[in-house]
Write a protein that binds this ligand. Structure first.
Ligand code: PEP
Ligand code: MN
Length: 333
């Protein structure tokens, strides 16, 4: 349920309303917007008499929210959320490109890529240390050592870093990581999401391989219910019957999600297509569709990458993409 307040509500009456709602075990999320103040009511609101609230002097309107996601709902928070990753902002008109290798492979590799993508205009560096691989025999990532190398690249380049967590037991290793990624395969790892709700760090939440947009938002809701509202959503392609591309990029997810939620939405055309030659056109399309940013895999030597070389751009191709995206931004939806 949301309660839209009139301008300058009487503070005493507002306080009484909040206290009464809290006595009914309803928790309240206050959104001070540009134009209106909204109280978002979370809990069993069936017991709340909607007519009684509507009759109050300070109340402009009351509506029941039928969607199961509340904190993430744009109706609760009409203004865009801006996520701050160690000073780099995403959302609410702030567009960011996050770039880097699928996995951290060596000090030289991650530092070289960090400097190259920074020079080309990336706002953040990505690099996997813990890799979710389909085969247990494939490279699993450098793990703790990978995080250490990522920290070196952060120091050298000055870029905030993003890396994927696969299990709760790894959380202590992520203290210096600026944004924690929850990968597609873990989107519905609810115990992990609950713990990340308690963390004071932005979360990059990727859409599951076969998850609906509502399921993605319910996963964000898990994190938000724990108190962490700094979430960036990522469309990274979904499973369809097509086999030429690794996944199928669901571009309509961008404007749809942006109408459903106030959280920033970025697109990962690398995992969505699996083919480096499709990354630039899909990045352009995502930008025009209104994405708040892009996640792009970049490797100094894609042919010899330990993971996802086929979809990785060279630093030169990335620089070309970044330039093109900058030119496109004024035309974004
Ligand atoms: C990744 O970003 O490296 C990754 C594994 O992505 P996804 O979870 O989308 O497959
Ligand atoms: Mn990858």
């Amino acid at each position: 349920m949301i309660v839209v307040l009139k301008d300058n509500p009487n503070p005493k009456q507002l306080d009484n309303l909040i206290q009464w709602l809290e006595s009914l075990n309803i928790s309240i999320h206050i959104s001070l917007g540009k134009d209106t103040t909204i109280l978002g009511l979370i809990g069993d609101t069936l017991a709340v008499d909607i007519d009684l609230i509507a009759a109050l002097d300070i109340v402009e309107d009351v509506k029941r929210i039928t969607e199961p996601y509340k904190n993430a709902n744009r109706k609760f928070h009409p203004d865009d959320t801006i996520v701050d990753v160690s000073g780099i902002k995403i959302g609410g008109g702030n567009f960011q490109i996050i770039a880097g290798p699928c996995s951290v492979e060596s000090m030289e590799q991650i530092c070289f890529i960090a400097e190259s993508v920074k020079k080309a205009g990336a706002g953040m560096l990505r690099g996997g240390a813990f890799k979710p691989r389909t085969s247990p025999y494939a490279f699993q990532g450098m793990r703790d050592k990978g995080i250490e190398l990522l920290m070196e690249a952060k120091k050298i380049s000055g870029l905030p870093v993003v890396s994927e967590i696969m299990d709760l037991s790894q959380l202590s290793l992520f203290e210096e990581v600026d944004m924690i990624q929850v990968g597609a395969r873990n989107m519905q790892n609810f115990e992990l999401l609950k713990e990340l709700g308690k963390v004071k760090k932005p979360i990059l939440l990727k859409r599951g391989l076969s998850s609906t947009l509502q399921e993605l938002l319910m996963s964000a809701e898990y994190i938000m219910a724990g108190g962490n509202g700094q979430i960036v959503l990522c469309e990274r392609g979904i499973r369809t019957f097509e086999t030429i591309t690794r996944n199928t990029l669901d571009l309509s997810a961008v404007p749809l999600l942006k109408s459903m939620t106030h959280l920033p939405v970025i697109v990962d055309p690398s995992h969505a297509t699996g083919l480096s030659r499709l990354v630039k056109p899909m990045a352009m399309a995502a930008t025009v569709a209104g994405a708040d940013g892009l996640l792009i895999e970049v490797h100094n030597d894609p042919a010899h990458a330990l993971c996802d070389g086929q979809q990785s751009l060279t630093p030169e191709a990335f620089a070309d993409l970044a330039k093109c995206i900058n030119q496109l931004l004024p035309f974004a939806y």
